[in-house]
Design a protein around this ligand. Sequence first.
Ligand code: NCD
Ligand code: ZN
Length: 349
Amino acid sequence: MTDTPGLLTIRRPDDWHLHLRDGAMLQAVLPYTARVFGRAIVMPNLVPPVTSVAAAAAYRARIMAALPAETDFTPLMTCYLTDETSPEEVARGFAEGVFTAAKLYPAGATTNSASGVTDIGNIMAVLERMAQIGMTFCVHGEVTDGDVDIFDREAVFIDRVLEPLVRRLPELRIVFEHATTSQAVQFVNSASANVAATITPQHLHINRNAIFAGGLRPHAYCLPVAKREEHRLALRAAATSGSPKYFLGTDSAPHPQSAKESGCGCAGIFNAPHALESYATVFEEEGALDQLEGFASVHGAAFYRLPVNDERVTLERAETRVPDTLAGPDCALVPFHAGESLRWRVRTP
Ligand code: NCD
Ligand code: ZN
């Protein structure tokens, strides 16, 4: 980190949890991420989902083809786990450098999770193989039972699924994706160094009141849903603590404005356009700007056993107004912080 008043230069960050979509949407949203971030763990919940080495290699090629000219960005691919996934397919993809990680979507938990895993027991052989080969297991940590309150689904998942799994396979490397609760923070803090978590900008900025502020606010709705204020504060403490267990994962998840502003609005917040500025605002509010580089650019690479990026990015202290909408493919996209001002701006060369 370089310390000039009003300027903050850090190692180029990575995004360890990102939805890039496909086709024209990929084309529209990829430049926002590639401008700032060196690498991203790309989520596999396309339609149909990315469940094979061949599908991931093809998707990676489409991402590379969509990159703006002279942009240096590396997509890190993930395997969408289903009840039928074979340990051989996952291990082969990892050995060939196509899969960086494999992702658990409990069936029905979120957008495009219908083909997800119905019971963790169904993928135990896959997880045993991943533990052997040191491959990271990315977890959407929510139960889907209709009788569990939506605000409790993460905490219940930790009790029912994750704690028993960690006891059974302590060597498995687990990223608890988009942690949203103090229970997740407690679980990650007390677990071994094999367990880490990503935290999104929205869960650092908003609590569940934001979803109902003066009316129903679809652009504050994502999964896992934002929780009470005490949870937001626990996440801010964890993110800014300097612990190597926490790193940046935006969960940027674009949906057309019309699909968000609907009688059944999609879950997902599109935060890629101002993600680093959004995190920097939080770290500054917490008096922890000196911890931003670790969270954004160092801890994730270390967990994934990858080198850190050599390049640097500079944030400058400047009021940045976030547009109300941005152009998507034949649609508008409403970014996180739409219409608000942030205190930082990423300098473009
Ligand atoms: C994500 C999406 O739209 O793909 N939505 C979200 O609310 N985060 C899926 C996910 O990560 O749960
Ligand atoms: Zn996600």
